[in-house]
Design a protein. Structure first.
Length: 181
């Protein structure tokens, strides 16, 4: 039996439609799979970033432990200030980095360095660096002879006379709680 041209056209048209539908569903499934893979990649990147921050904190704690610096107080202040986040930013105070250093603190540190005839100077961008923030912290602590945890915490929060400000008491209590764990 010989098929008519109309039957052949209908048959070919049906095949083409089926191929187009198959291609459409295949592309949709591939697109969904790509979206799923992108979501998984993004999730893994967040996990990696979180782990990197944790590793940085552990490396910092190990490094600082072998210096003359008290790891315990810096770690507690860093936790209270930023939860150890090197990229923390408080736009209301322009406080930056893991120790939430303000511009006036950088200016004070540079003034101290100038008084001591030391060539080192810090920039406002240095506040984003954990190492440089800790250096500034240590310069500040030593210059103002902050030798107890309470003095260190309250003066870090309230300036050189922070020990005498009632507003720094709550801050000290937060730091003390972190130290006492």
């Amino acid at each position: 039996m010989v098929k008519s041209n109309d039957d052949k056209i209908y048959f070919n048209f049906t095949i083409i439609i089926m191929l187009i539908m198959t291609l459409f569903f295949t592309v949709n499934r591939a697109s969904d799979k790509i979206k799923q893979l992108q979501y998984e990649i993004d999730s893994n990147i967040l996990i990696i970033d979180s782990l990197k921050q944790e590793i940085d904190t552990l490396n910092w704690e190990q490094k600082i432990f072998y210096q003359n610096t008290s790891n315990e107080i810096i770690s507690a202040i860093m936790f209270v200030e930023s939860s150890y986040n090197n990229f923390a930013y408080n736009p209301n105070e322009d406080a930056v980095g893991c120790l939430q250093i303000r511009r006036c603190m950088v200016d004070d540190i540079n003034r101290i360095l100038e008084i001591k005839n030391l060539p080192l100077r810090f920039t406002y961008n240095d506040r984003w660096s954990r190492e440089k923030s800790i250096q500034m912290f240590e310069i500040y602590r030593k210059y103002y002879n902050l030798n107890t945890y309470e003095k260190i915490a309250r003066c870090w929060n309230g300036g050189p006379n922070g020990l005498y400000k009632s507003t720094t008491t709550d801050y000290w209590n937060k730091v003390k709680t972190k130290i006492n764990g």
